[in-house]
Design a protein around this ligand. Structure first.
Ligand code: GLC
Length: 490
């Protein structure tokens, strides 16, 4: 095993994911599947590494009428028949995307439908189609890199059905875990229908042997969690979702690599979506963004009132309830907040309820709007992330780039990307450990105190903005991991 990047020859990597920016993005998975391959290509300059990405050809992508090229038809055997599909390709940012279509993918318009059985069939169909791609393209696949439950079946099925004459003969497999609790519940029927046998790994609890994510975790040559802390957390009862015992048996194959962001796409000095561009030498320009955003939402501007934001999927994972309760506890202090996101209807309503309760302080914007999110990062002082668990989290990195300091729970990738001044050195954020509104409220107060001392706040902002969250280092770690896998298999 090596920790250094050596020269490698002609390495072929097939990335398979349910979403990839810029074609389709519902959350962090789309950000990562879209930007990691670009970063890998940049390290290598496209010389010795060839990456192809496959994603489902959702109706939403079809509607964009992109200039795609038809590559091939294909068929998948199922019990009592066949399901057919088509493969298209398109090159974006020097990367070859393969778009897989077929009835199970076209059935619903949404990327993820609320009908989990249909989603199961869609992603089993997609995973098996991906395994046909190397043969169709006559392209040797050295590394098959799957992400989350949606594509985990491809790794499992490859292991169960290795066929020496294909372009997958020596393929090594990697699965990146972005969110362990989502395992592909309700996939049993689809797996049977598509002739996918359950996992035979005796260490897997019986209930997990017919669930896509555990099947992939049992079969993969390497398991990557999206941060070093999450890689440790998933081995414990608190975060392991009852797979911790099994994951401990695979511990030597589990590693953590922190996600990165694209510093060019997230750059306050050139972001076209924000009101006034700024950088660390012109921090006063940030204030113009704050004034403009408050005006946009009819909130008053007051000099020493911090603006705290939350930009998130409305999911229990994200601790929205903790934030709302905690904000009520510090209602007597001056602060303003804007909440943005969609998801769980009950949580959406709770955000709206806080707005009604405190109309002079709170706005809850229930929508998915990337331009607005950029205006919010540019304007705000504090980013609230009281997550129950956070495999990596990207918003804290976006926020820090824009001089907006996170108040976050000390879990997963938040620990690996935020330093708290309490730990000694000057840090660009504030962390708390206990999942309760009181701890969150106390930490918010600590942030408000720092905010009142403009020199402290400014130095923290400058520190945050100078942090390097680019993919460079993480992409190198992935490349080393690929290289080690290939060397081991020789
Ligand atoms: C999931 C996780 C989030 C992570 C993202 C990308 O959405 O919840 O923490 O940043 O995947 O890996």
């Amino acid at each position: 095993m090596t920790n250094e990047l050596h020269s490698y020859d002609n390495l072929h990597v097939l990335f398979i994911a349910a979403e990839a920016d810029p074609l389709v993005k519902a959350g962090g998975l789309g950000d990562v599947a879209g930007s990691l391959p670009v970063a890998l290509n940049n390290i290598d300059d496209g010389k010795n590494l060839e990456i192809k990405i496959a994603i489902p050809f959702y109706n939403s992508i079809k509607q964009k009428n992109l200039p795609v090229t038809k590559v091939s038809d294909f068929e998948i055997d199922i019990i009592g028949g066949k399901v057919s599909g088509e493969i298209f390709s398109i090159t974006i940012s020097n990367l070859s995307f393969y778009l897989i279509s077929g009835e199970p993918i076209a059935r619903f318009d949404e990327t993820y439908s609320s009908d989990f059985r249909s989603d199961a069939e869609k992603f089993v169909f997609f995973s098996l189609a991906c395994l046909q791609l190397p043969d169709i393209l006559k392209w040797r696949c050295d590394i098959l890199h799957a992400h989350d439950w949606h594509t985990a079946v491809a790794i499992h099925h490859l292991k169960m059905n290795r066929h020496p004459s294909t372009y997958l003969e020596n393929t090594q497999t990697v699965i990146t875990v972005h969110n362990l609790p989502f395992m592909g519940t309700g996939s049993e029927d689809a797996l049977r229908q598509y002739n996918v046998t359950p996992s035979r790994n005796k260490n897997l609890p019986a209930w997990a042997r017919e669930l896509p994510l555990p099947m992939g975790l049992a079969a993969a040559d390497q398991i990557v969690a999206v941060s070093p802390t999450y890689a440790k957390e998933i081995l414990t009862p608190e975060f392991g979702c009852d797979l911790q015992g099994f994951l401990q048996t695979r511990q030597s194959k589990v590693t953590g690599i922190l996600n990165g962001i694209d510093p060019e796409l997230w750059n306050p000095s050139s972001d076209p979506a924000i009101f006034s561009n700024f950088d660390s030498s012109h921090l006063d320009e940030k204030l113009k963004n704050k004034r403009a955003l408050l005006k946009e939402f009819q909130l008053d501007f007051e000099e020493y009132t911090p603006l705290a934001i939350m930009i998130t999927r409305m999911d229990r994972q994200k601790g929205i309830d903790i934030a709302l309760e905690g904000l009520r506890m510090i209602n007597d202090l001056p602060w303003q907040t804007i909440l943005l996101g969609t998801g769980d209807k009950r949580l959406e309503q709770e955000c709206k309820a806080l707005e009604q309760e405190m109309p002079e302080k709170v706005r809850a914007i229930i929508t998915f709007d990337t331009d607005l999110s950029r205006r919010m990062y540019a304007a705000a002082d504090i980013m609230m992330m009281p997550s129950r668990y956070e495999p990596c989290g990207l918003s804290q990195m976006f926020a820090m780039r824009y001089g907006c300091l996170p108040v976050a729970r000390a879990t997963g990738g938040l620990v690996d990307s935020i330093t708290d001044p309490k730990t000694g050195s000057i840090g660009p954020g504030f962390l708390f450990s206990r999942i309760d509104p009181r701890s969150f409220a106390q930490t918010m107060k600590r942030a408000f105190d720092a905010y009142c001392s403009s020199s402290t706040w400014k130095s923290m902002q400058l520190e945050a903005m100078s942090r390097d969250f680019s993919w460079q280092r993480s992409a190198e770690q992935y490349l080393i991991l690929y290289q080690n896998l290939i060397n081991q298999s020789d």
